[in-house]
Design a protein around this ligand. Structure first.
Ligand SMILES: Nc1ncnc2c1ncn2[C@@H]1O[C@H](COP(=O)(O)OP(=O)(O)OP(=O)(O)O)[C@@H](O)[C@H]1O
Length: 580
């Protein structure tokens, strides 16, 4: 195992402009498409919040005018107030302040509704992204799934989805800020057009420079995606190899790898933080100069005091949304590679999506394979397999390691589609719908049992149609595990640990077998499913399975010669050649 850094952020290719804006546009398209009506409501609230903010600022002019001149000024608002009977400066000020407070209350209510709508939108988007990943995995063909790294999926579902949520949040924040900025800029334009135009031009130049730097930020983000996947892979490897590592005292090799990946990730994260801090610094200095220029130019061009004060307030208020847009843009492009990774994963799987039409159940009868071929890219697999398995027969499959036994079973149960040849059941040739229907009647027991971190009860119920407790105990008795479960601290409600880690190998296999029996399958597949159970108990169990009424068709792979004694038929597989 390499103790040096396993990933290198410099490996990420520099992004051209096209490669930055294309995924950004794709993200916006996906997000807007997802948001639908909810998005329009949120946008309406955003716009209303920005307009109310602008109106509040506008009201400051007559208020300040009343305070500065103490006479209520000669503005259009003052004339209107005069016309409705408010003749004194004080009564006008009270009326204006009342309107100001009322506006503040309405604005606060609108902004509250806006924030809730935006938060809802963001969290449902995360949920949607997660569901998309899981659906893509569920819909993919087995031959594609088998080559997927679990750490990649886990990383996408956790870290990368959270980063995408961040992107969505930054997109929303930036659009809120942009709406506010537009209203405030319009306000500034009405107050002092030349001054506002000059400031807007400066803001646009600064903004352009920020946006041109997004390619590098996306590259740093891509380094994070790469590093996160490596970190998850390392953690998974560590946890799955923990016993072997502890037994030989080699945990430190795992730790060294993990720490090295973490250190690289930290550096990647810091290089982004440095860029952000630098932009904040540039912005702070720039806005200091801008504020001084506004006052100076306003003074030189004889802008009235109330207007100048309001302008300074407007510009000061504009700096908040402006810095927010800049920071949100940086964060958005930093997190964009996570969205790209999610999209790439989904389109990779979609390219080999298993066509799963409504399942069609094949009629009862024999399984017949004619010239079946299934070859992996590596050359392994099976070729030209022809055989017949009578319904209800007990068939053993033998052969050396790597001969093609599991490949044959995968094709016979309809898990993989043969590259050529036909598979039929009860005389019906299985297409995609037939294979899906056929699998509904299959119970598959692999060597490692497949138990999850839950109670015995939930493990038995998985894949079964709500079995009652009596049926569960019957199944446990059938596999000789009833006494074991009764002895457990919480009986059938005892948690069996991660992958059944709190049980012995043989006990795990018994529980997996009990679950398969509960399913009452048409086809029971035992893929070295009892190799951890002692030979005597296995013989006993095989006798019980053979006596099942009604008896399912049984396919059993085993390396134990004595296990084959119970079988009606034995198929030999060697070098991909099937002799039935
Ligand atoms: N997903 C895969 N991609 C590429 N090659 C594979 C894949 N799965 C299996 N193979 C190769 O195909 C051949 C047959 O594998 P298979 O698992 O069917 O053998 P097996 O007889 O069940 O072996 P064992 O008794 O060791 O479980 C082997 O050479 C194996 O390396």
């Amino acid at each position: 195992m390499a103790t040096a850094t396993r990933f290198d952020m410099d490996k990420t290719t520099p992004a051209g402009l096209g490669s930055v804006w294309q995924p950004a546009a794709a993200f916006v398209r996906v997000f807007v498409g997802f948001a639908g009506r909810q998005g329009w409501i949120a946008t309406g609230l955003v716009a209303a919040g920005a307009v109310l903010d602008g109106v509040g600022l506008l009201l400051l002019i007559p208020i300040l005018d009343s305070v500065v001149t103490r006479a209520g000024g000669a503005s259009r608002i003052s004339t209107t107030l005069d016309a409705i009977g408010l003749h004194t400066a004080f009564s006008r000020l009270i009326a204006l302040l009342g309107a100001f407070v009322l506006l503040a209350v309405v604005r606060a209510l609108v902004q509250f509704a806006r924030d809730i709508a935006l938060a809802k939108l963001q969290s449902t988007f995360v949920e949607y992204q997660r569901n998309q990943v899981m659906r893509a995995v569920a819909a993919a063909s087995w031959s594609r799934i088998v080559g997927l790294r679990h750490a990649r999926i886990t990383n996408l579902l956790t870290t990368e989805v959270s980063r995408v949520a961040g992107s969505a949040q930054f997109l929303i924040q930036a659009s809120v800020a942009a709406a506010m900025l537009v209203v405030q800029a319009a306000l500034a334009l009405t107050l002092a057009p030349v001054l506002a135009l000059a400031t807007t031009a400066l803001v646009l130049i600064g903004g352009g420079a920020v946006f041109l730097a997004q390619g590098k930020i996306r590259d740093i983000g891509a380094g994070m995606v790469h590093g996160n996947a490596a970190l998850m892979g390392s953690a998974n490897g560590f946890l799955s190899g923990l016993k072997a590592a502890a037994a030989q005292n080699t945990q430190n090799e795992f730790i060294a790898e993990f720490e090295s990946i973490q250190a690289s990730l930290r550096e990647t994260g810091l290089s982004f933080q440095r860029r952000q801090a630098n932009s904040r610094r540039v912005f702070a200095i720039g806005s200091g100069f801008a504020a001084a220029s506004v006052v100076l130019i306003g003074f030189a061009t004889n802008v009235p005091p109330a207007v100048l004060i309001t302008l300074v307030l407007v510009f000061a208020r504009m700096s908040g949304p402006a810095i927010l847009i800049q920071q949100a843009a940086q964060n958005f492009f930093f997190a964009l590679p996570s969205f790209e990774a999610l999209q790439a994963f989904q389109s990779e799987l979609a390219a080999e999506r298993a066509t799963t039409p409504a399942p069609v159940l094949p009629p009862p009868g024999a399984i017949a394979a004619r010239d079946l071929v299934y070859r992996y890219a590596t050359g392994g697999g099976i070729g030209d397999a022809s055989l017949t398995i009578e319904s209800g027969s007990f068939v053993g499959i033998v052969g050396p390691s790597g001969a093609g036994k599991t490949t044959l079973i995968d094709v016979l149960i309809g898990l993989t589609e043969p590259q050529s040849g036909t598979l039929s059941v009860g005389g019906m040739v299985l297409d995609a719908a037939g294979r899906a229907g056929w699998r509904e009647g299959v119970a598959y027991v692999p060597q490692e049992g497949f138990l999850f971190h839950d109670t015995v009860r939930r493990n038995l119920a998985w894949g079964n149609r709500a079995p009652d407790e009596a049926a569960m105990w019957d199944a446990l008795e059938f596999v000789g595990a009833d006494a074991l479960v009764r002895r457990m601290p919480d009986g059938i409600d005892t948690i069996v640990g991660e992958r059944g880690a709190l049980l012995s190998g043989g006990e795990r296999q018994r529980l997996a077998l009990a679950r398969a029996i509960l399913r009452r399958p048409r086809l029971l597949v035992l893929d070295e499913a009892m190799n951890a159970i002692d030979a005597g108990s296995e013989t006993l169990l095989l006798g019980r399975i053979a006596a099942l009424e009604p008896r399912p068709t049984i396919l059993m792979i085993s390396h134990r010669a004595e296990s084959m004694a119970t079988c009606d038929q034995v198929i030999r597989v060697e070098g991909g050649v099937v002799a039935g």
